[in-house]
Design a protein around this ligand. Structure first.
Ligand code: PLP
Length: 494
């Protein structure tokens, strides 16, 4: 199994980034419950033939579709050790919990948080953001809200984030009973960063309407364009308004590992809490999300319970309080800390930082090539590692009468019905290009919408990606663009 996985990783480049599974493979997962034992070798063979070739492709250097990490061999081995040990990290007196606390200490150091900050591993940033919403809620309404529920309090809590924020923040408001409508999605500026004056105005208006602002969620590395909100300004505003300041740094927060990119995160160290994923830019195998909270007691007060079976002692197996289960909703918890501990130690934090710098350099290379090509145009500034662009047409005409094709000509919505038809056609063409490139197995970009324009999105996260992979993506986009456009120009008589 080990040899097979190492071979697979070494030979990734010769395989398609992604391929759709044939019906026969799908059908094999409709089998009835296996009552009798089978040979391990036989089941492994089925894995090799019917599962391994049909993943999303995020270990492949040509995968740029979404912000997915590439994983790493050291993390893979550590997962085997963790499974062998089969540790349950809800709590109790065991060294695996100390490994998790070691990671917490490293995270505090990285973000310049105090020794009293708390934190723990969770599935991912979606869960980490939800935990932050809950801690902020408890801070705003007091611990009794855990008994009475939010409705009993009578105050209507409202939170603020940007229109470019990840959807899981609205989900967190939903799941915690505060409701999506209690999340204000503030407009973004030309660089897709939250508009701070508009945010200030929204807080003032909500207070005037008798509502209770309690939380600002900033984004460090937005999922669509890689935008980083002005975190220092958000921190100052939150302090002035006495609101909780949480940062969704799902992938961007770990740019603190890169001395070159870290200055872009100024203000992150002022957050009350930060959610991020080791499984994205830090390349730790899935899943390894993390939440850190500056005020450890506010975090503890939100989750700790006094169930009899969780009783603590000074000695024996029930010693070592507080436990991870005091800081989140999970009691049974896997040993995510081990693969992260191994990855950080074996490669070293600096090397992981270099990977982050390198993917940002590749994004700059991609954006430069796009700007040099008459059939391509950038749709958003490239701040970190995400590039949004589109194919225009063979003559290089664009909707805008742009002389330079440069970003000073920000994408605009069409003025009239004629232009709207043209835009729909262009959006349709780019959506088809993305699917064609994915199905070719050459590269895997995704699509998103930027100001009404369908963008081809390349998120460069994988440590294995090189310039050659960027060139392959661009060649494929142009080739499929030319072919598909040729078809639509000739017209289909049907
Ligand atoms: C990926 C991402 C999330 C969601 O994180 P998960 O680990 O997938 O739960 C949230 N916010 C941003 C900005 C992201 O990039």
């Amino acid at each position: 199994m080990l040899d097979d996985m190492l071979d697979h990783t070494r030979e990734l480049r010769s395989k398609p980034v992604w391929q759709d599974a044939p019906e026969s493979v799908r059908a094999s997962f409709q089998a009835p419950l296996p009552r009798k034992p089978a040979e391990l070798a036989q089941v492994h063979q089925t894995f090799l033939e019917q599962i391994l070739p049909y993943g999303v492709g995020n270990t492949h250097p040509g995968f740029m579709g979404w912000v997915h990490g590439g994983g790493n061999a050291v993390g893979m081995l550590a997962e085997m050790l963790a499974a062998g040990m089969n540790a349950n990290l809800g709590g109790r007196n065991q060294i695996p919990v100390q490994v998790e606390w070691q990671l917490l200490r490293w995270v505090r150091e990285l973000f310049s948080f105090p020794d009293t900050a708390s934190g723990l591993f969770v599935t991912g940033t979606s869960m980490a953001n939800m935990i932050a919403v809950l801690v902020a809620r408890t801070r705003a309404l007091g611990k009794t809200v855990r008994q009475t529920g939010v409705a009993a309090d009578g105050r209507n809590l409202v939170a603020y984030t940007s229109a470019g924020a990840h959807g899981c923040i609205a989900n967190a408001m939903d799941f915690t009973g505060l409701g999506r409508q209690a999340l204000r999605q503030i407009a973004v500026d030309a660089d897709f960063r939250i508009d701070v004056p508009a945010l200030r105005a929204a807080i003032t208006a909500d207070r005037a309407a008798g509502l209770t602002p309690f939380l600002i969620v900033g984004t460090a590395g937005s999922v669509d364009t890689g935008a980083v909100d002005p975190l220092d300004e958000l921190a100052a505003l939150a302090k002035e308004e006495q609101l909780w300041f949480h940062v969704d740094g799902a992938y961007g927060a770990l740019a603190m590992l890169s001395p070159e990119v870290a200055p872009r995160l100024r203000g992150l160290e002022l957050a009350d809490s930060i959610a991020f994923d080791f499984h994205k830019w830090a390349q730790v195998p899935y899943d390894a999300g993390f939440i850190i909270v500056r005020d450890g007691s506010a975090h503890f007060d939100t989750f700790a319970s006094d169930a009899a079976y969780l009783r603590r002692e000074q000695h024996g197996l029930a010693a070592g309080s507080p436990w991870p289960c005091d800081f989140g909703p999970d009691l049974s918890r896997g040993f995510r800390a081990l693969k992260t501990w191994f990855t950080l130690q074996v490669y070293g934090a600096d090397r992981l930082g270099q990977v982050i710098s390198q993917t940002c350099a590749l994004a700059r290379y991609l954006s430069k090539r796009i700007q040099q090509h008459s059939q391509l145009e950038l749709l958003a500034p490239v701040g970190l590692n995400i590039v949004c662009f589109r194919y225009r047409n063979a003559k290089g005409d664009s909707l805008e009468t742009s002389a330079t094709g440069a970003l000073s000509d920000r994408p605009r919505l069409p003025d009239g019905p004629g232009q709207l038809g043209q835009l729909n056609e262009l959006n349709e063409l780019n959506a088809r290009i993305v699917i064609a490139v994915q199905e070719s197995g050459l590269a895997a970009p995704s699509s998103t919408t930027i100001a009404g324009q369908l963008a081809i999105r390349a998120a460069i996260v994988n440590h294995r990606t090189t310039r050659a992979d960027i060139d392959t993506l661009l060649d494929a986009v142009i080739q499929f663009g030319n072919t598909l456009e040729g078809h639509s120009v000739e017209g289909d008589p049907a």
